[in-house]
Design a protein around this ligand. Sequence first.
Ligand SMILES: *Cc1c(COP(=O)(O)O)cnc(C)c1O
Length: 320
Amino acid sequence: MALSISYEDIVAAQQRIQAFIHQTPVLHSTTFDELIGAEVFFKAENTQRMGAFKIRGACNALLQFDEQQKKQGVVTFSSGNHAQAIALAARELGMRAVIVMPEDAPKIKIEATRGYGGEVVLYDRYTEDREAIGRRLAQEQGLSLIPPYDHPHVMAGQGTAAKELIEEVGKLDYLFVPLGGGGLLSGCALAAKNLLPQCTVIGVEPDAGNDGQRSLLSGSIVHIDTPKTIADGAQTQHLGQHTFPVIQKYVDAIHTVSDRELVAAMRFCASRMKTVIEPTGCLGIALAMQPAMNLKGKRVGIIISGGNVDIQRFAQLLLE
Ligand SMILES: *Cc1c(COP(=O)(O)O)cnc(C)c1O
């Protein structure tokens, strides 16, 4: 099957979104390097606008709307960072944004989405299907639907995070990327393998929801129930029709980490690097901390995907 995106789409995305996003810093910790015996470069998307890489894909998608689409606006379904990213990107571009969110989503997320100017439509996650609601609103109101990960423009936008990282630090032996539905991983793997064909690209997901790992091993998309994990950005039930073929072609392996390992990584980053990272954002760091990875003497890039965690919740997790 032909892939939905090429490296040139990532190059074009980088140009297109440059003025709308932060070029995030690459962090370095001597203590972390000594701990695992490697040289590690952290791409700090927790300091990205709205607190996660998702603004990259959202901007890349909305900036390619035609005049008619711009006039009508965008709709999406998400309770997480994609909702805020679409709301913010739409506001910047003077567009209407409708966001379908579960009525029991954290108030802080609903408020944040409204704060960026998004019109929130609530639904009951136990009796209603968010994708069906999104499609219905799109049809009734002429809105364009931009899903959280399974869209070529979203994937190309997310890939700019790895491209920026590699352009700044050069050669890497490994790249670790958090994995939910695979928008970030597919884009980053495509960028990395084009710039550094020798770089081993590894996706990292919570062990409670290892559908990505099972999909890669079995050769077809595995569906699971919503996994119970603190990594709420990776509580996806399956990879996408667009993301999976790219992951199959460019990703070397998918590994998993436990919630306990995520908390240990959050604690390290808070205490030693003075950095707030949400649980999902720690997936790559937690993998690097697994002794079995044996990264001695290697150059390792890690995408820190986001930092949006309620501060009380953050404190609670660190004290557990
Ligand atoms: C959405 C998200 C992910 C997962 O991204 P996918 O493109 O769905 O794989 C990882 N980390 C954070 C912080 C996210 O918001």
